[in-house]
Design a protein around this ligand. Sequence first.
Ligand code: G3H
Ligand code: 13P
Ligand code: NA
Ligand code: ZN
Length: 328
Amino acid sequence: AMISLRQLLDHAAEHGYGVPAFNVNNLEQIQAIMQAAQKTSSPVILQASAGARQYAGEPFLRKMVEAAAEMYPGIPIVMHQDHGASPAVCLQSIRSGFTSVMMDGSLKEDAKTPASYDYNVDVTRRVVEMAHAVGVSVEGELGCLGSLESGTAGEEDGVGAAGQLSHEQLLTDPDQAADFVARTGVDALAIAIGTSHGAYKFSRPPTGDILAIDRIKAIHARIPDTHLVMHGSSSVPQAWLAVIREHGGEIQETYGVPVDEIREGIRHGVRKVNIDTDIRLAMTGAMRRAMARDRSEFDPRKFLKEALAAARELCAERFEAFGCAGQA
Ligand code: G3H
Ligand code: 13P
Ligand code: NA
Ligand code: ZN
């Protein structure tokens, strides 16, 4: 059944777990997530980025999520719009059946330039007003995702701020977060703690100076009733990087957010954990390996089946690690 983000995260807070929010673009990714959810009895958040809506087309995404709900009637599903760049984008998603939207007002409508605090409050409050009128949840974002190592958004997929960011912009301020939640009424708040989108998050295994888990604790202490969201939360498994490299892929040395650090976040109010890159890496690794192994095979289903299995395994691991397993 389709439920709102608020319903799911209230349950998660009550029972002390976190929910992975997986980005979806196609059939195989949705099937992988649903199979993992079924196997582990987990509720799911399927989220579509602007890139996903461009890739698949909004009607295909909506119908595939509807199909998932039909095939798995026992699994609660949130259909979430990731990183909405404007109230107009969010309204379109609300109209087309999403049960949750993110208004990312930390950036201007170009989804690149950091926006002022007043702009963020204004657009987010407007989306909350519209969305709540029809039972749809809203995630806001305060602070800009980006690297504390380099001071940049440091990523390749076009989501995130362009250019140099100050230390202040890269870490969400707890007092400002309290003001933001009070003035906007958001159901969940994405915070900036040094993570960034994509595979290239950290040039070394992260320590507290570049991955600020302590900041989560300070924010949670200030607004204990607010559901916190971690973006850029792929762990970038070294094993998948190795598989990709062994089969002709070129990926530089890089590190993600360790699962144990995410678990620490979940102990301090993190309820939604955004993961896209890890599924991409697993699927690409599995496809490269399968194609190299059987060079005469030309039925793409053979490769996609292995990609699906790799994604399913990764999703099941995250459901288990975040305490989400058994909660459906
Ligand atoms: O929000 C960031 C996600 O990784 C989506 O990326 O725009 O390439 O689909 P995308
Ligand atoms: P990753 O690139 O770390 O998977 O983050 C995805 C994300 O935050 C989507 O909003
Ligand atoms: Na989101
Ligand atoms: Zn994100």
